[in-house]
Design a protein. Structure first.
Length: 229
């Protein structure tokens, strides 16, 4: 699936950003009507959690919508969940986010190195600069514990989950902004497949509009076109 991020949150300004995500990704329509999105999220939760009470479902849907709104305000342009089956018959599930953020003005080729220096060195964190079709990217792979307030699910207390995240930082070539691609999963057993998937999504970033499909010229005298046009 290919899409274009048409504007920066709150500005209405077009961005020269295109991205591609593989099959198995389920995007959230960030620019759709919030009430329709809230109802769709509630319905999906009710199907996934048939034993949940109405209050729990409403609290979770409202919590998700509030969190999504904050992310959009901070530059989020794509949010999706993914479910893929690996060759070892594991279900690789997780979240994909693509955001736009400001970066220091200057040579875009130097940005990935400064992005890595800005990221603290921590245990279970790996950092590198890698070449992608859109240019050099800083990549950070980290394991962390994520705390989820129980209020999001209409219950008391908090829960903690171990999450692996792969984050890529790429600079726009002609404007002082950067795109951040982040994938996260709780399925640690599929480490290799997860990193391959994250790299595939990051490699789908483009700052150049895709060329329209070419058509073969009509055959002289017949008006027929090539079946591959």
């Amino acid at each position: 699936m290919t899409a274009r991020a048409t504007e920066t949150a709150g500005t209405g300004l077009p961005l020269p950003l295109w991205y591609t995500v593989p099959e198995g990704f389920r995007p959230v329509e960030l620019w759709s009507d919030p009430e329709e999105r809230l109802e769709a999220h509630y319905t999906a939760l009710a199907e996934l959690c048939p034993d949940a009470t109405t209050g729990q479902l409403v609290a979770s849907a409202l919590g998700f919508e509030a969190a999504l709104g904050r992310l959009v305000a901070d530059g989020l342009v794509h949010f999706s969940s993914f479910v893929l089956r690996t060759d070892d018959d594991l279900l690789l599930t997780g979240i994909c986010q693509i955001s736009v953020t400001d970066r220091p003005a200057g040579d875009p080729h130097l940005y990935p190195h400064s992005a890595l220096r800005a990221h603290p060195d921590q245990p279970d964190t790996h950092k590198a600069v890698v070449p992608l079709p859109a240019g050099l990217a800083a990549v950070v792979v980290a394991d962390q514990a994520v705390t989820v307030p129980g209020a999001l699910f209409g219950v008391e207390g908090v829960s903690t989950s171990a999450v692996r995240t792969a984050t890529f930082h790429l600079a726009f070539p002609r404007i002082p902004q950067a795109v951040v691609v982040s994938l996260s999963t709780e399925v640690f057993e599929a480490e290799e497949e997860f990193l391959e998937l994250a790299t595939l999504v990051a490699a789908g970033i483009s700052f150049t509009a895709p060329k329209p499909p070419t058509r073969e010229p009509e055959t002289a005298g017949t008006g027929a076109t090539s079946p591959f046009g």
